[in-house]
Design a protein around this ligand. Structure first.
Ligand SMILES: NC(=O)c1ccc[n+]([C@@H]2O[C@H](COP(=O)([O-])OP(=O)(O)OC[C@H]3O[C@@H](n4cnc5c(N)ncnc54)[C@H](O)[C@@H]3O)[C@@H](O)[C@H]2O)c1
Length: 256
């Protein structure tokens, strides 16, 4: 699908990988709805991007809010062709702590709710809108791109909740692509390694340096623009479907 002239919704578009994606898509001539929480930088990012961007406040776990955000996107820009799921949270906690106490279920449930259920909520509502598009010359009506993590494959100590949520995103990628195939909507997932975003910037610089040095090549953290470049390629390449692509400089995470 050609990016120029399409309409995309980018969840988590107010920060990190989502922000870089929104910026790249607008630069390539798309119209972008930056979907994010009211407490995020989404409104600032959308304003900075100008008339081809719009901030739509929504929590991805809330059915009504996401449906309303998609309605507002279509009212403003006339259609919806692409949904990029970048909204996500990272929590940490061992299954049992040093004193043998079991992990509190609240953060575990919230991580699954945002990263897995929130992603599916956006996909189903976005796809229901995309089926209304006329197919392009390749028969395409839409493209869905999700964000998992290398933790889906090599979750580290303390990452049971996060790895489970991202493993769920990887697991549903193929069945969603199969579900939506008859409507000409593709679905792919990107599994990033370690990227320089506010999520990572919470770590001390020494820890970030050590993480970068653990990447075989290139020996550094990923740049959000490199994630955005893969999003653009997936949109443009009609043969990419039902697949999870690692974007990680060949890193394989150790247990800790
Ligand atoms: N940064 C990395 O190294 C890395 C690695 C692997 C995977 N990821 C994944 O990439 C995605 C983006 O991460 P990032 O590093 O850009 O993080 P980030 O914290 O910079 O951005 C995440 C954005 O999601 C938004 N968000 C959180 N919960 C939301 C909700 N319920 N509804 C709507 N928006 C919500 C936040 O407000 C924020 O703007 C996440 O899913 C993360 O798990 C990141």
């Amino acid at each position: 699908m050609e990016i120029h002239g399409i309409v995309a919704v980018v969840t988590g578009g107010g920060s990190g990988l989502g922000e870089a994606t929104a910026r790249s898509l607008v630069a390539k001539g798309a119209k972008v709805a930056v979907l994010d929480l009211g407490s995020s930088k989404g409104a600032i990012v959308a304003q900075d991007l100008g008339p081809n961007a719009l901030f739509v406040e929504a929590d991805v776990t809330n059915d009504e809010q996401v449906a309303a955000a998609i309605r507002r996107t279509v009212e403003a820009f006339g259609a919806l062709h692409v949904a990029v799921n970048c909204a996500g949270i990272a929590t940490a906690g061992r299954t049992i702590d040093k004193d043998g106490q079991p992990l509190d279920m609240t953060p575990f449930r919230r991580t699954i709710e945002v990263n897995l259920i929130g992603t599916f909520n956006v996909i189903r509502l976005a796809a229901a809108q995309m089926v209304k598009n006329l197919p392009n010359a390749d028969g395409e009506r839409g493209v869905v791109i999700n964000t998992a993590s290398v933790a889906a494959f090599e979750g580290q100590i303390g990452q049971a909740a996060y790895a489970a949520s991202k493993g769920g995103v990887v697991g549903m990628t193929l069945p969603i692509a199969r579900d939506l195939a008859r409507d000409g909507i593709r679905c792919c997932t990107i599994a990033p390694g370690i990227f320089e975003t506010p999520m990572l910037m919470g770590l001390p610089e020494s820890a970030r340096k050590a993480l970068g040095a653990s990447v075989p090549f290139p020996q550094r953290l990923g740049r959000p623009a490199e994630y955005a470049a893969l999003v653009c390629h997936i949109i443009e390449n009609p043969m990419l479907n039902g697949e999870t692509i690692r974007l990680d400089g060949a890193i394989r995470m150790a247990p800790r």
